[in-house]
Design a protein around this ligand. Structure first.
Ligand SMILES: [Zn+2]
Ligand SMILES: [Zn+2]
Length: 242
């Protein structure tokens, strides 16, 4: 089941029931992913090959699995980046902050209030109340963020939530972490509070589909895809789509 907090109901390609964990070298960055919690959030752990510091993107529930992965590589978390403030993407923030008190929780200012409010982050409505410590760092669109030795460009792509961001590592080939904006064959749902279909479609086209076709898209749920495939086949933003 794809997350009802994440995707449109209509998806061109079905999500697999469970996504394999993966470990990829996008020199010099290592990307590991875990699929976590009832909403099957993709949690990504990024670190430099041979490095000791790590960035965790969207820690879902079941933080034990994330902590085990970090401990296996003896990694210290310097930044926890939430692509947006929905409960499924922030559920592991508190545990990571407890384990790594120096870690900076990063979120866009327009979603920052969701972290500490189970109603605003929709977890209460979906039957799993979660809250997070407050943001340490508010990340704006069109800026750069240096985290664990990795430089990211932050792009603001609102429409699934007002403060959704995508993250583009600058020195790791062509990758983008798209959160709940663009999925393989789908886009983020826009009927939740603060949603806006027009903004989401425009943001995906301007900020993601403008990247080179070979760019690998790592979404917040489901399998990875590429910009080229989504430009051709995505029924919402691709050729012949809406
Ligand atoms: Zn989600
Ligand atoms: Zn979401």
């Amino acid at each position: 089941m794809p997350s009802r907090l994440g995707t449109q109901n209509r998806a061109a390609r079905p999500f697999p029931s469970a996504c394999p964990l993966f470990f990829e070298r996008c020199f010099p960055v290592i990307v590991e992913s875990l699929v976590i919690g009832p909403f099957e959030v993709n949690t990504y752990v990024l670190y430099l090959d041979g490095g000791h510091d790590a960035v965790v993107i969207d820690p879902g529930d079941a933080p034990r699995e994330i902590l085990e992965l970090l401990s296996r590589h003896r990694l210290n978390v310097t930044h926890v980046i939430n692509t947006h403030g929905h409960g499924d993407h922030i559920a592991g923030n508190a545990a990571l902050k407890a384990a790594f008190p120096g870690a900076k929780i990063c979120v866009h200012p327009r979603d920052a209030h969701m972290l500490s409010d189970a109603n605003a982050n929709l977890s209460a409505a979906f039957g799993f109340s979660v809250t997070s410590p407050e943001a340490d760092l508010r990340i704006e669109g069109n800026t750069e963020l240096a985290a664990a030795g990795i430089a990211f460009r932050v792009e603001h792509v609102p429409g699934h939530s007002p403060g959704s961001v995508c993250l583009v590592p600058l020195d790791a080939g062509t990758l983008v972490f798209s959160g709940d904006t663009l999925f393989a064959g789908s886009i983020g749902r826009t009927d939740l509070p603060g949603g806006n279909t027009g903004l989401l479609l425009a943001g995906i086209r301007d900020k993601i589909l403008s990247l080179p076709d070979e760019t690998v898209v790592y979404p917040g749920h489901g399998v990875k895809t590429t910009v080229g495939v989504e430009k051709r086949e995505n029924p919402f933003v691709g050729a012949g789509g809406l």
